[in-house]
Design a protein around this ligand. Structure first.
Ligand SMILES: [Zn+2]
Length: 280
């Protein structure tokens, strides 16, 4: 995070910063619903990027029935402003989703991998892929908060980390970004006392890649066994059942503990490997 801030300051100091434009937020019609763009300081380049990336990202939400309410993407100029608006430190995080808002650190200031800066066409393509992926992830959070929550608050803390981040990472297709099941299996063998699902809130502080990898693969395991419709039943069930474990059991017919045991066995017994030739 510190590196990003320094990079942002350097870039902002060297280039002329955004022009300010007042007026109404831009409206983007997508197949998943209406998204509005809102800038702390309007910038043509970022606006254009988002007008392309948001409809592309929204396609991934169709799977879950789309947004029920409008979402506003609020673009801020620095990581510091993002943290200010969210009200907590967000190391390594570029955006934050709420029920009706995604706060986005302007992608113009995101650090690029070494060597990419010198190739503007490649940098633009990479940026577009990154922003589209990030919006898929964040808009999935908004969607789940809209479906699961009663007003006025987001049900963020009522949905367990593994399900919340699992649904977002799987919808955004982030499998390649997180450790594969084999790594989780090996990690578990070294940490037999840890429950990857139940202990995720602590784990995300000490070993975030393992926490996100477990969330991704647990959700993938869930969706492959029970299907998208059951996942939606869990989320929708929270409106009436309030407690996630009750909604989960109603929809799946098994409780979270049984599901967590199945997932643990799947990792421990390497159920993710293709069945090999029989050796009698
Ligand atoms: Zn997330």
């Amino acid at each position: 995070m510190i590196r990003w801030l320094i990079a942002a300051l350097l870039v902002c100091g060297a280039a002329s910063c955004a022009t300010v434009r007042g007026g109404e937020p831009e409206v983007i019609e997508t197949e998943a619903g209406v998204i509005r763009l809102d800038f702390v300081e309007w910038n043509e380049e970022t606006s254009e990027l988002l007008r392309t990336a948001a409809p592309e990202a929204a396609k991934a939400l169709s799977r879950w029935g789309g947004l029920r309410e409008q979402v506003r993407i609020t673009v801020v100029n620095s990581h510091w402003e993002l943290e200010e608006l969210v009200g907590r430190p967000l190391p390594g995080i570029s955006a934050w989703a709420r029920r009706n808002q995604v706060i986005l650190w302007d992608p113009r200031w995101w650090p690029l991998p070494p060597g990419i800066q010198e190739n503007p066409a490649l940098a633009a393509r990479l940026r577009r892929t990154q922003v589209t992926g990030l919006l898929k992830h964040e808009l999935t959070h908004s969607l789940m908060f809209q479906r699961a929550g009663g007003p006025p608050s987001d049900p963020r803390n009522r949905i367990p980390f593994w399900f919340r981040e699992g649904m977002a990472t799987v919808t955004a297709g982030e499998g390649a970004q997180w450790p594969p099941p084999e790594s989780l299996s090996q990690w578990l063998a070294k940490h037999p006392g840890v429950d990857l699902l139940r202990d995720a809130p602590q784990l995300v502080r000490t070993d975030p890649a393992i926490a996100y990898g477990a969330a991704y693969h647990a959700f993938d395991f869930l969706v492959r066994r029970y299907g998208d419709a059951t996942v939606l039943q869990v989320v929708d069930g929270m409106r009436v059942r309030d407690r996630f474990p009750d909604a989960f059991r109603d929809a799946l017919g098994v409780n979270i503990e049984s599901f967590a045991t199945d997932f643990r066995r799947y990792l421990g017994w390497r159920g993710f490997l293709p069945a090999g030739p029989r050796t009698d």
